[in-house]
Design a protein around this ligand. Sequence first.
Ligand code: THU
Length: 133
Amino acid sequence: MSIDWDALRVRARELCTHAYAPYSDFPVGAAALVDDGRMVAGCNVENAGYGVTLCAECGLISDLVATGGGRLVAFACVNALGEPLMPCGRCRQLLYEFGGDDLLLDTPQGIWPMSRVLPQAFGPDDLTHVTGR
Ligand code: THU
């Protein structure tokens, strides 16, 4: 499956302009390619209760599930300068659930697989291994 990284970056930058980030003044936009060719996206949404803040990746995962699910193939996230931004630790875990080791990420150091961004990740297989479910 061919990946149009420029299209993902453009969409992520677009989403960044929709972010609600009045507290940090740090808008984030994210976009990803799904294995059926769909593109999903999200932006960060902050809250007066700071800890309630939703990262852009949360919106993206919600978009993925709400529009039919599937596996994430490629992911791009940007800051307000339009530069690639690494997902925070929690969001690496969120993305891992739906993309696994092979999900490709647009990082400041180039395209990296999730296996390198979140090595030896905990995931659904760890649960199945023990519970058999
Ligand atoms: N943020 C994201 O949206 N994604 C990340 O992976 C890193 C951080 C947001 C959360 C908060 O609204 C702002 O960036 C500053 O931390």
